[in-house]
Design a protein around this ligand. Sequence first.
Ligand SMILES: [Zn+2]
Length: 96
Amino acid sequence: MNPARSCRMCHNAVDALATALLMPELDMPLTDPEVALLKLRTLCHECPACILSVIRQSKSTLLAYEFRFKEEAAAWWQKINDETAVREYLAEKAYL
Ligand SMILES: [Zn+2]
């Protein structure tokens, strides 16, 4: 992993990713993938790109099967766009 890397979606540095990669749950084939995913989401601050990055590097096929990047990324951008729209609306109202 490149230590200078930061995520293009959430702009987080790799600390969370590195921490997540150390999660023993990712190495255990019998760990409930839902539980592992939940922990990953918290560590990665819900960012789909960070989560996918950890899953790929962990080589966990269970997690790869469980995680739907396309849907997660679409929901992520929808949330960002909604928040931006609200912020712009409020800024405009404050200006008038
Ligand atoms: Zn990210």
